[in-house]
Design a protein around this ligand. Structure first.
Ligand SMILES: NC(=O)c1ccc[n+]([C@@H]2O[C@H](COP(=O)([O-])OP(=O)(O)OC[C@H]3O[C@@H](n4cnc5c(N)ncnc54)[C@H](OP(=O)(O)O)[C@@H]3O)[C@@H](O)[C@H]2O)c1
Length: 313
């Protein structure tokens, strides 16, 4: 089979679409014939070696965490999936490997793909939408009627966060550049704050929840906007946010750090919303696997509107 691999950490041109041994599923694992794999900022950080404390120094390394495809082989003990079933997943392990013709995924990290959308659109859902769901439902505990800010509303996580906040019944305030304002309104945002025209810090609060997806609204800059039971969630694992997560999680005004987990029941929830027409994937650009370096360079611009996806030819 072919896979995206890199033999050293470095710029996008270290990525190679090259021959690699066919992986074999172990106990509780499934081999998926990949149709499409989505990129996330995490792929860029891993490729650059910024997360080497987790990814180590052994090469070649594989790339990609999000995929959609069909079940190609079942390891011993796998009972919940059948050969040929269409699935989607976020690989939790740092071994990655979604950007390949064949990928190994633990059974519990796979769910049946939403039926109503393409493999390409389905591949863009797992990591980003799971992050949005777990941040808003589990950490912020968004309730009906609450005012919820999504900072970075037009990116991979943001497009899902806007829609999931609505599904949870919130009044959503989306922060993005003016050029994307109409797009996030169409996704269901009730108000848009174009950050290139108005600063979020100067908006009239209070808000019940602020979800800083992009990372430009750290807690110290926006905490004055939160009401007496206001909750803050960030995606950025800075030392300050890790400390605050641990020390405020049981208080009335928690400041939490989301760390996305791959969970089948959450993927099933996302698939139900998609098939009911309540949650729409947003695919910005699609490349063939062989052009992964170009796709990585595009993600690095931090201008992607929704998801960037690689297709197996
Ligand atoms: N902790 C976790 O478990 C976890 C999980 C997922 C993601 N993350 C992190 O979350 C962050 C966002 O991920 P993503 O996939 O959404 O990234 P992304 O898709 O690359 O984000 C691109 C978006 O960022 C927006 N943006 C650029 N500058 C901005 C600014 N100053 N203020 C607000 N928005 C701005 C852009 O919108 P405009 O063009 O409109 O400016 C663009 O739509 C990344 O740092 C990622 O590593 C963490």
């Amino acid at each position: 089979m072919k896979a995206i691999q890199f033999h050293r950490y470095g710029p996008a041109d270290v990525l190679r679409w090259e021959e690699a041994p066919d992986p074999q599923p172990g106990r509780g694992e499934v081999r998926v014939r990949v149709h499409a794999a989505a990129l996330n900022p995490k792929d860029v950080l891993v490729r650059k070696g910024k997360l080497r404390v987790f990814t180590g120094r052994r090469f070649p390394q594989r790339s990609g965490y999000d995929l959609a495809g069909e079940v190609d082989a079942l390891g011993p003990g796998v009972r919940s999936l059948r050969m040929g079933e269409e699935v989607f997943a976020m690989i939790q392990s740092w071994r990655a490997g979604a950007c390949a013709e064949l990928a190994i995924v633990p059974e519990g990290e796979l769910a049946p793909k939403p039926r109503s959308i393409s493999m390409t659109d389905a591949a863009g859902i797992p990591l980003a939408a799971l992050t949005a769901l777990q941040a808003l439902r589990d950490l912020a505990r968004v309730r009906r009627g609450e005012r919820v800010v999504i900072n970075g509303a037009s990116g991979g996580v943001g497009v899902f966060a806007v829609q999931i906040a609505k599904l949870l019944g919130a009044h959503t305030v989306a922060v993005c550049s003016a050029k994307n304002a109409e797009h996030v309104s169409r996704l269901g945002a009730d108000e848009v704050v174009p950050y290139d025209e108005r600063a979020l810090e100067a908006e009239p609060g209070p808000f019940d929840v602020i979800f800083d997806v992009f990372g430009s609204a750290p807690h110290r800059k926006v905490k004055h906007l939160l009401g007496p039971r206001g909750r803050y969630v960030t995606t950025i694992p800075s030392p300050g946010h890790v400390f605050r997560d641990l020390t405020t999680r049981w208080t009335k005004r928690p400041a939490r750090l989301v760390v996305v987990r791959s969970r089948r029941r959450d993927l099933e929830q996302l698939a139900r919303w998609v098939d009911a027409g309540e949650l729409a994937p947003v695919t910005d650009r699609v490349w063939p696997m062989a052009d992964a370096a170009e796709a990585h360079a595009y993600i690095e611009t931090k201008r992607a509107r929704g998801k960037v996806v690689l297709e197996v030819g």
